[in-house]
Design a protein around this ligand. Structure first.
Ligand SMILES: Cc1cc2nc3c(=O)[nH]c(=O)nc-3n(C[C@H](O)[C@H](O)[C@H](O)COP(=O)(O)O)c2cc1C
Length: 131
């Protein structure tokens, strides 16, 4: 199985109802596909960890790319894992401040990602601690 991290930007003004809708569908659909993970939303940026069989994860990613609520889906990291880190969460939801990784970090994802592998791995580690 794989674990994939991506980020995207909100394509429009996202209200808490939008997040509720996304999480509701995600929890329902991810159980069917054996996908687990976590969604983080803050300051118009989504970061999501998706875990599952590679084909399932990429099929879902295609859906998300077509979703009118977000734009500019960029994969941050993909790795093969034996066990899901979020095995109890068909899709968890977190605000960035809850994670203690700081609002600034999430904003940095959007503005300047290219060469910052170190930052990505720190972020990934922080996410995985939540699982
Ligand atoms: C940021 C974001 C994250 C999403 N995460 C999931 C998810 O984990 N699982 C899921 O089934 N749908 C998720 N969706 C919704 C999908 O984009 C899509 O609406 C859903 O898979 C249903 O697709 P369908 O109507 O083509 O079957 C997410 C949407 C957004 C905007």
């Amino acid at each position: 199985m794989i674990q994939l991290f991506y980020y995207s930007k909100a394509a429009r003004n996202i209200k808490s109802k939008d997040i509720e809708d996304i999480i509701e569908v995600a929890r329902r659909e991810n159980i069917k596909r054996n996908i687990t993970g976590v969604l983080i939303y803050h300051n118009s940026i989504f970061v999501q960890v998706l875990e599952g069989e590679k084909d399932d994860v990429y099929q879902l990613l295609e859906n998300i790319k077509r979703d009118e609520r977000c734009t500019g889906v960029s994969v941050l990291m993909e790795q093969i894992v034996d066990e899901p880190a979020f095995k109890d969460w068909s899709m968890g939801y977190l605000n960035a401040p809850v994670m203690g990784i700081g609002v600034k970090s999430i904003a940095e994802v959007a503005s300047d990602l290219k060469d910052d592998d170190k930052w990505i791995s720190t972020f990934v580690e922080e996410c995985l601690k939540l699982g």
